[in-house]
Design a binder for this molecule. Structure first.
Ligand code: SF4
Length: 292
């Protein structure tokens, strides 16, 4: 729970505040941009919510915050924020909210399909979210993009009996016993509409998930930068090989998709798959330039 005693001095006066435990994960700024702003290594409340809609977004940020760094002086009931998750992104794809500190606030997604629901990366196993997922049919498959964003995977397995899928090159002591460890450099077909594509670079065993040739869940491989207005990869957070990550990015030319839905950084929808291909090409050119 956030602490009023640790309230950051740059917060605007009023009910909502960010305290000094903020890890600057960006989640609140993405969820409630009217309220939260980027400071020097942390977020802060730039403007108090001005109406009911902004207040709801601020409460969603409060419950999504991985470190419980957002509070209200009035100790407001945040159930309205909790009830908003999973939040629909498009069609049957939703954002889970409830991010985890162990994955530095990475975003996870819930895909509702008649053949079985899919969770992409692990949110925090918070009670309200678990109940919501249960009411919406549970989780059949949990696709883990890479070793950093596995968070509460074991709790989801325990609750829903889901099959956890992870590339073997990213298995650790905590994930070696997942149900489906796959290996190699070729894509792995999980279902007719689900394709796991190896994208080594950020980590050695990183992979992305292509759903219905429309949605690409990209983990820490590829994201949209609001500041730059284009797709980017994270050069400063490339733990395995930038060369490999650039080759993995080039490999995405083989696939068709309109959406990029990442763990960190912004998501992006292009006007068409062809337009997205152009965006990826621009990103690849920039990545190649970074190698020089
Ligand atoms: S969601 Fe929480 S940890 Fe992340 S930037 Fe906002 S206040 Fe900080």
């Amino acid at each position: 729970m956030a602490s009023l005693a640790a309230r950051l001095p740059d917060n605007a006066p009023g009910d909502f505040y960010v305290d000094s435990t903020c890890i600057d994960c960006d989640a609140c700024r993405r969820i409630a941009p009217a309220t939260f702003e980027e400071g020097d290594g942390h977020s802060y409340v730039l403007r108090q919510p001005g109406d009911a809609a902004e207040r709801r977004r601020a409460l969603m940020a409060l419950v999504a915050c991985p470190t419980a760094s957002i509070g209200t002086a009035s100790r407001a009931n945040a159930s309205e924020g909790a009830a908003a998750f999973p939040e629909r992104v498009d069609e049957n794809v939703s954002f889970c909210g409830f991010t985890s500190e162990s994955s530095f606030g990475a975003w996870s997604y819930f895909v509702e399909r008649p053949e079985g629901n899919v969770l992409v990366d692990s949110p925090r196993a918070a009670g309200p979210l678990l109940k919501k997922l249960e009411r919406r049919g549970g989780v059949a498959t949990m696709f883990l993009t890479h070793r950093d964003d596995v968070a509460d995977h074991a709790a989801f397995r325990k609750r829903f009996g889901c099959e956890r899928v992870l590339h073997a090159d990213d298995a650790t002591a905590g994930t070696r016993s997942v149900e489906r460890l796959w290996s190699g450099t070729e894509p792995e077909r999980l279902a007719p509409d689900l394709l796991a594509i190896p994208t080594p670079g950020h980590t050695r065993g990183h992979a992305v998930l292509l759903y219905r040739e429309k949605y690409l869940f990209t983990g820490d491989h590829l994201a949209w930068s609001r500041q730059r207005g284009r797709l980017v990869a994270f050069r400063d957070a490339c733990w395995y090989s930038w060369e490999a990550q650039t080759r993995s990015m080039e490999r995405l030319f083989d696939y068709s998709f309109e959406w990029v839905l990442p763990g960190h950084g912004g998501g992006h929808r292009a006007v068409s798959a062809a337009a997205m291909r152009d965006e990826v090409a621009r990103c690849v050119a920039w990545m190649r330039d970074q190698r020089r």
